[in-house]
Design a protein around this ligand. Structure first.
Ligand code: MRU
Length: 363
């Protein structure tokens, strides 16, 4: 995998004039997919160039790019690269030969349904192409998927902000921002819109062990936009709710079952339980591309487990004894009954149920 533009930056330097960096986390440039390497934030701005679908697959697996919608958008661009490769190698049957690459992409991060959504949508479009090079047609489609995601986030951001009252204190988990999407963000889209309306007094972000998406990515993304943020340890969340009148916990989603159960970053479920205990609203912000109408309930959603080293090490520093076993599920399921509001680009579903979600998706 080629890398370019690497630079070690001190935090002050990063902060200066780079507010749009997170918005450029996924770019199509010179016929390549260029990704901001999220493994290296916040200390290093490093871009990764992907010139083949295999490199896109590797980037998704290794979390160069992460966050359900961002994974879907990247996969769509990856399919453009794959279609070119396969059409050049076997113009007569590239739609068959590409299938192994599509299957490999689907396996890269199995919980994020936007991946399946994007692959299915691109595969359907592949059927519409003729004998000519499918690249340009599919590239237009990938760019459309990218643009639509940003548009959806801006719309749901406004809907979500409408639920907040002035002076609100909120807590968010993981990173559901511009870095995790085509741009603007889902949970952070709501927070951005509410902040622009001067409604938010405090934004708390938890660290989000083990990968530190909250500390490394969300705190970075918000400070880039000069939005003040207060970082807490994951284990401080209950005390925060006990001591302050939080208005909302606002999170994104990796997959939403058709009964309203939500798969999202590990720790989301515990925040939902705590929020219910303390009378705090629990908002899930996600585009409808995150709803999986084939998953009847949360228990049907495959939960990705990742390497034990994510738990036992940080940047090569060993944190635990070698003999310790590790369980590292990276997502959990929050039952629909704990969700106060599901906010999508089509509108808000309060206390989601199977029936309400069906109506939302049919509209
Ligand atoms: O493992 P990650 O970093 O890909 O997990 C990301 C999340 O869980 C996000 O909350 C989710 O994808 C929503 S992003 C808009």
């Amino acid at each position: 995998m080629l890398r370019y533009g690497a630079s070690r930056l001190g935090s002050n330097e990063v902060r200066k004039g780079m507010s749009s960096l997170a918005e450029q986390a996924i770019r199509w440039c010179n016929d390549q997919l260029v990704l901001l390497d999220q493994r290296r934030l916040p200390n290093e701005i490093h871009f990764v160039e992907c010139t083949s679908v295999q490199e896109v697959n590797e980037a998704i697996r290794d979390m160069v790019v992460r966050g359900a919608p961002a994974i879907g958008v990247s996969a769509a661009y990856g399919i453009v690269l794959a279609a070119r490769q396969h059409h050049a190698a076997s113009p007569g049957n590239w739609r068959e030969t590409i299938e192994a690459d599509l299957q490999a992409l689907l396996q890269a991060r199995p919980t994020a349904v936007n991946l399946k959504w994007a692959v299915t949508r691109m595969r359907d479009l592949m059927a519409e192409t003729g004998d000519e090079d499918p690249g340009p047609y599919l590239l237009d489609a990938a760019k459309r998927i990218h643009r639509e995601d940003v548009r959806a986030n801006r719309a749901l951001g406004e809907f979500g902000a409408g639920l907040l009252e002035a002076g609100a204190e909120v807590l968010t988990h993981c990173n559901a921002g511009a870095l995790a999407t085509g741009g603007y963000g889902t949970a952070l889209g709501v927070i951005r819109s509410a902040h622009a309306q001067d409604k938010i007094r405090n934004i708390f972000v938890d660290e989000t062990r083990p990968w530190f998406q909250g500390a490394r990515l969300t705190a970075w993304e918000l400070t880039q936009d000069r939005i003040p943020v207060t970082l807490i340890c994951d284990s401080a969340a209950a005390s925060l709710m006990q001591q302050r009148r939080l208005a909302w916990v606002i999170v994104g989603a990796d997959r939403i079952a058709c009964n309203g159960d939500v798969a999202n970053k590990i720790g989301t479920y515990s925040l939902a339980v705590m929020a219910r205990q303390h009378g705090v609203g629990f908002m899930v912000a996600a585009p409808t591309s995150t709803v999986d109408m084939e998953a009847s309930e949360g228990a049907r959603i495959e939960i990705e487990e990742r390497s034990k080293h994510e738990v036992t090490e940080y940047e090569g520093h060993v944190l635990a004894p070698a003999g310790a076993k590790v369980w590292n599920p990276v997502f959990d399921i929050t039952p629909a009954r704990l969700v106060t509001a599901l906010v999508t680009e089509k509108g808000v579903v309060e206390q989601p149920t199977r029936r309400k979600i069906r109506i939302l998706m049919e509209n």
